[in-house]
Write a protein that binds this ligand. Sequence first.
Ligand code: PHE
Length: 343
Amino acid sequence: MDLQARLAALLSEYQEKIAQARTEQELRKVFADYGGPQGAIRVQQKEAIKSAPNAEKKAIGQLSNQVVQSVEKLFEERLRALADEARRRDLERVVDVTLPGRARPLGHLHPVTLARRDIVEIFGQLGFTVAEGPQVETDFHNFEALAMPKDHPARDMQDTFYVAGASDVVLRTHTSPVQIRTMLSQPPPVRIIAPGAVYRKDDDPTHSPMFNQFEGLCVDEGITFGDLKGVLLHFTQRFFGADMGVRLRPSFFPFTEPSAEIDISCVFCRGQGCRTCKQSGWIEVGGAGMIDPEVFAHVEYDAERYTGFAFGMGIDRMAMLRYHIDDVSLMFEGDVRFARQFR
Ligand code: PHE
């Protein structure tokens, strides 16, 4: 076969494949296979020019150029035809632009978030500002400065998550280290509320290894245990209702003296006595007390001049009590149908 015949054969093969290409991608592949720099037609041409006697090179070159032009033209025509076809099909589609849009499913705030926002707002109105601290805490802030000595049972590996490879770094077991951080960073007076996640090696139907607390701290001249009780009563009545009461039971925390457990009226029977409160009419929600002078010494506050109170309660627990949720696991499942039930 001479050059012209071979080119003509390749060209008609090319034409056929171009016509069969259904997508731009297919089309581009055919073009590359024949008309591209490594394509069959181009390779054929190069060889022909190389092997031709000098006298014929010019004529063959011209012929080649014509072929290249028609190869490109065929490609471009088909490309346009495909685009026109796509556009035509697009226009044929009937779209009712007056149809209402499809609503996207909405999320909902988690009951813990709802509770935390209310807590922050209620204390905010009493002049408490929000303070925060890290969840990965030093032994000093979480224990030492809170007068929990090295042999304190709460520091046990059984109760506390220690960070691997560091004997003095823990996941904070309470929000009380924020007391220390706050007092180290500013002089009195102090009035803060510190909500946040805390961690303990507890995992059973009523305990989660991660939960949320909020810490309150108030330090000034002349702060008394009566102020503590007044603030707690105000909060409880705002959060749960005006018929609620607060009871402070003597207890012990290393960083407060005196210390108390905080009880509130049972939210299920409103103090009448029921199964949940074991007929007592009260349920325990946290701990509190007057700041121990030893803590003031750690943060260099003048214990002769200043007094203060602190308290710590569970946010998850507050939410569960307020919304009568009886299973902690519901709080962690992330089911929006659960969250949606709460205002
Ligand atoms: N941090 C204590 C706990 O988690 C609670 C507490 C806070 C007690 C502040 C007294 C003062 O159990």
